[in-house]
Design a protein. Structure first.
Length: 426
């Protein structure tokens, strides 16, 4: 049974239904209410009684509430419902989904961190009320144990330290890839905007994994599935570009109304976006202008404060639009998404233009021309340049080889250093 309270207007249960399905629940009924929040129950007390009746009629064993329930509200609502019926709020459900999808050590640590940060204020509230009331088990929350709060804080600190160590290794790996001539492009955006489908459309044959070891079920992770959080860990693949070597990374999608503590818990994964050379912000163009605007604003709040790279907005799913609808939406959102690129990851429309835009937006390359004496060392260096740069010309004359190329500044610097060590053939 899904339920939601809103202060005004009509409650939209679309996303919570999809979240529940992603967690493995079968939704058998729903309840909504428009009113100010009730401190004791979130909903009005009469509406909770209605919820109980609907749970009984549908024989539901869980109520998923699309609100952030406080610990006492959870306890109070549970006390009205039939015995054995669980009460799960929005963020507990999200953490449940994350836990199911966490297939790497980093993902598991981030889920555990989010769970602990969710639990900490509840433990602190229990401690405060227990001290004030001097009654064990105040409001049915269980006997207060001061060590619980300390233990949560200790675990948070230990997980942060381990995630920091992982992040340092991944940053070193990113720099190694840049030194090898790769540009790093990250896909960002709301879940179900089509990021994974677009990644498959852009990817070349070579698979590269950002996580420790091979990404579990890599093919299925990068598939298009009508399910939220299909991608939790990062998946990195080599993109098929014309001139430049690009690694494309897909990460967990944003969802509406994520609290700050939850975003921060996944900061290590989002580093793949924050530290990229270019970010593609993918938006579902089939949604209403109002929804797209809201999601763009939230995405900008998450990205612009931390991202070090230019951001290109990609309007995806244009195959679902009526003639003229795309132009209207691009005009309406031009302030938030100037010079957007329109594609259909499903059909491939606009993807060639997106590839051109990616190469145009990436950091400028340097041009270099090396003149080397013909030798085994020189031939080895020329081969290295082909692997790490875009070669414009290779020519031979008077026992010398000249190679003209474009590459990242770090690659050009390394090529110059290697050239300085090349000696003529004996």
């Amino acid at each position: 049974m899904v339920a939601k309270r809103v202060d005004a207007g009509d409650a939209d249960l679309t996303e919570i239904r999809r979240l529940a399905a992603a967690a493995g629940y079968d939704v058998v009924g729903e309840l909504t209410q428009t009113r100010t929040e009730d401190a004791a129950f979130m909903f009005g007390e009469g509406k909770v009684a209605t919820l109980r009746d609907r749970v009984l009629a549908a024989d539901a064993d869980c109520v998923v509430v699309d609100n952030d329930l406080g610990p006492y509200q959870t306890f109070n609502v549970g006390g009205v419902l039939p015995e054995g019926v669980a009460v799960v709020d929005r963020f507990t459900l999200i953490l449940e989904i994350f836990g199911q999808r966490a297939n790497t050590r980093k993902a598991q640590l981030q889920v555990e961190l989010a769970e602990l940060r969710y639990e900490l204020p509840r433990a602190e509230a229990k401690a405060s009320l227990a001290k004030r009331d001097e009654r064990p088990g105040f409001m049915g929350l269980g006997e207060y144990d001061e060590s619980v709060e300390r233990d949560i804080k200790r675990q948070i600190s230990e997980i942060r330290d381990e995630l920091s160590s992982i992040a340092k290794k991944e940053q070193a790996r990113r720099e190694q890839r840049r030194d090898s001539g790769f540009d790093l492009v990250a896909l960002a955006g709301y879940t179900n905007a089509g990021k994974s489908t677009l990644m498959r459309r852009l990817a070349a044959e070579l698979d590269v994994d950002e996580n420790e070891g091979r990404h579990p079920d890599l093919d299925r992770t990068a598939e298009s599935q009508d399910m939220l959080f299909t991608t939790l860990g990062t998946t990195t693949r080599r993109a098929a570009m014309d001139r430049r070597d690009v690694l494309l990374t897909d990460t967990v999608g944003f969802i509406a109304d994520l609290p700050h503590w939850l975003v921060e818990s996944f900061e290590s994964t989002l580093d793949s976006v924050y530290r990229a050379d270019l970010v593609l912000l993918v938006v579902d163009a089939s949604e209403s202008v109002e929804t797209m605007r809201e999601k763009l604003v939230t995405s900008h709040d998450t990205l612009y404060e931390r991202a070090e790279a230019p951001i290109v907005t990609v309007f995806n799913k244009v195959d679902r639009l009526a003639p003229g609808e795309l132009a209207d939406k691009q005009a309406a959102l031009s302030g938030l998404a100037p010079n957007s690129v329109a594609v259909s990851a499903r059909t491939g429309a606009g993807v060639a233009e997106l590839r051109d835009r990616v190469e145009a937006e990436l950091p400028d390359w340097e041009r270099e021309r090396l003149l080397l004496p013909v030798s085994d060392e020189a031939m080895s260096l020329v081969s290295w340049v082909y692997d790490h740069a875009h070669v414009d010309e290779e020519s031979y004359a008077d026992d010398h080889v000249a190679v003209s190329f474009e590459a990242r500044p770090s690659v050009v610097a390394k090529a110059r250093a290697k050239a300085a060590e090349v000696t003529p053939a004996q």
